[in-house]
Design a protein around this ligand. Structure first.
Ligand SMILES: Nc1ncnc2c1ncn2[C@@H]1O[C@H](COP(=O)(O)OP(=O)(O)OP(=O)(O)O)[C@@H](O)[C@H]1O
Ligand SMILES: [Mg+2]
Length: 251
């Protein structure tokens, strides 16, 4: 997933159907979306309009009924399930509303978990987890258990766990849904920093106040896009660090 020139995500005519005949319903209907690298998209819309379904399909956790999905220019339908799992582990990070930390693992073990698939030694994984926690000012709580942390701290640990494997796409489903407004803004500041490093973020929220962090706001209704507003021009989107580095080298 390092190809240039392609949109990082391109959905065309995507449909997700549940049930057949009388019970047939559509979570997504003829859904088109092109996402450029470095966008920070917020998705809003009433309960049941298809937001989670959309994130799950983008994150390769679920499959559309019809339509096409290209990930970095490559048709997802043509990627084997095995490689999809690998792409998901290496390139895509999820953040959920309820943090989803593993309750009988310490903070540092939780953060190191995604690296199990990386082939690194345990010592290396823990060192990496520790330095990621340092970035989130949580180093002194490395050996706490999740239940010893506040909701905001738990979500920051969950974000550290998401970015420890350096994903290019971060999918967040109401990450501040269980947080008070102060913790929400701390979490949003972390996501903002991750975005400024050139990562692509797609986040679902019910809180209009948070849309100031986004470069694009999409309102969904009944499985389709109702409004789609870019607040930052494409040329002003942050560039991935590796691209910035290459450009500098070329001079
Ligand atoms: N496994 C399933 N079987 C049948 N219908 C489903 C299934 N999963 C989701 N749906 C339906 O698809 C529609 C979209 O659901 P989705 O979870 O994507 O909504 P959402 O926008 O995330 O809502 P919320 O804001 O409440 O989280 C809903 O009508 C839901 O009932
Ligand atoms: Mg949802």
């Amino acid at each position: 997933m390092t190809g240039k020139g392609h949109p990082i995500i391109e959905l065309k005519g995507l449909t997700k159907r549940y049930g057949y005949g009388d019970t047939e319903s559509f979570a997504l209907k003829d859904f088109d979306l092109t996402v450029k690298r470095g966008e920070f998209i917020m998705i809003m819309g009433p309960s049941g309009c298809g937001k989670t379904t959309l994130l799950n399909i983008i994150g390769l956790l679920d499959q559309a009924t019809s339509g096409s999905y290209s990930l970095n220019g490559e048709s997802v339908e043509s990627i084997s399930k095995r490689r999809q799992a690998r792409l998901r582990a290496r390139k895509i990070g999820f953040i959920f509303q309820n943090f989803n930390l593993i309750s009988d693992l310490s903070v540092i073990e939780n953060v190191a978990l995604p690296l199990v698939y990386s082939g690194y030694s345990k010592t290396h994984r823990l060192t990496q987890a520790s330095s990621t926690l340092g970035r989130f000012h949580l180093k002194e709580r490395e050996y706490y258990m999740p239940w010893q942390l506040s909701g905001g701290q738990q979500q920051r640990v969950a974000i550290a766990r998401t970015i420890v494997s350096d994903p290019e796409i971060i999918l967040a489903d109401e990450p501040t849904g269980n947080l008070d407004s102060r913790s929400s803004h701390i979490v949003m500041e972390e996501l903002k920093n991750i975005h400024l490093e050139g990562n692509t973020i797609i986040m679902v929220t019910h809180n209009p106040a948070l849309t100031t962090y986004a470069t694009r706001v999409i309102n969904m209704l009944d499985g389709h896009i109702d409004t789609d507003i870019k607040t930052v021009a494409d040329r002003d989107l942050p560039q991935p660090i590796s691209v910035r580095f290459n450009k500098k080298e070329a001079k």
